[in-house]
Design a binder for this molecule. Structure first.
Ligand SMILES: Nc1nc2c(c(=O)[nH]1)N[C@H]1C(S)=C(S)[C@@H](COP(=O)(O)O)O[C@H]1N2
Ligand SMILES: [Mo]
Length: 204
């Protein structure tokens, strides 16, 4: 039952969070699970991560090799198109910029298709993955990423709606044009900027 005297009544709005909730979103302290289809289970001995498509040298890392890459910590707000926003999530992982040092991306590459175990795909402009803006997350809140949240490894692109953050990531394919991924083919935005409420293709 909604109460007029709710918790926030009469209190000053928390200055730390004001201005951090995009239009149409509400803050949650939970971490809901959103997956189309079953959760793939990937034995670490079979896990690989690849950079392919428009690169001079395609690369493939094993789990061990990938974990030997330089790791960084990230603190980000995440925004799901189903309208929840979670502030100050803490991650550890490998910056996409770090990965790009290992495969010369050809100059004609403009877009990336992130693809996952279990066949999920999502498209992102290359520029949106660079300069430390996106990473492959391996740990969440100090713990290995759980399978339902995309473990062993997921893409995290916090400045776009969270469907761009492909769980169970398997690799990145560099392309010279934008091409729709799984939800994008289903009518969701090609870009997905939460601050512009680019939820559906008609919002682009
Ligand atoms: N492989 C894969 N990645 C995915 C999805 C999915 O169904 N499969 N769902 C996306 C959607 S719509 C959202 S909101 C987030 C949800 O991540 P979470 O379950 O960790 O909250 O993952 C995204 N990445
Ligand atoms: Mo989502």
């Amino acid at each position: 039952m909604a109460s007029f005297f709710n918790k926030g009544f009469g209190r000053k709005r928390d200055s730390d969070t004001s201005g951090r909730i995009p239009p149409g979103q509400y803050e949650t302290h939970d971490f809901p699970v959103l997956t189309a289809g079953p959760t793939p289970r990937i034995p670490l001995t079979n896990w690989t991560f690849s950079l392919e498509g428009l690169v001079d040298t395609p690369v493939q890392w094993t789990w061990e090799e990938f974990n030997a890459l330089p790791h960084q910590s990230f603190t980000n707000d995440i925004h799901c198109v189903t309208k929840w926003t979670k502030l100050d999530t803490h991650w550890e992982g490998v910056s996409i910029e770090t990965l790009l040092e290992h495969a010369n991306v050809k100059p004609e590459a403009t877009h990336v298709m992130a693809y996952s175990y279990g066949d999920y795909t999502t498209n992102i402009p290359l520029e949106d993955l660079r300069h430390g803006k996106a990473f492959v997350g391996l740990r969440f809140e100090g713990q290995p990423l759980t399978p339902e949240h995309g473990g062993p490894a997921r893409l995290v692109v916090p400045h776009l709606y969270f469907w761009k953050s492909a769980k169970w990531i398997k690799g990145l394919r560099f392309m010279d044009a934008d091409k729709a991924g799984f939800w994008e083919r289903g009518g969701y935005s090609m870009y997905g900027d939460p601050w512009k409420e680019q939820r559906y293709r008609s919002d682009d």
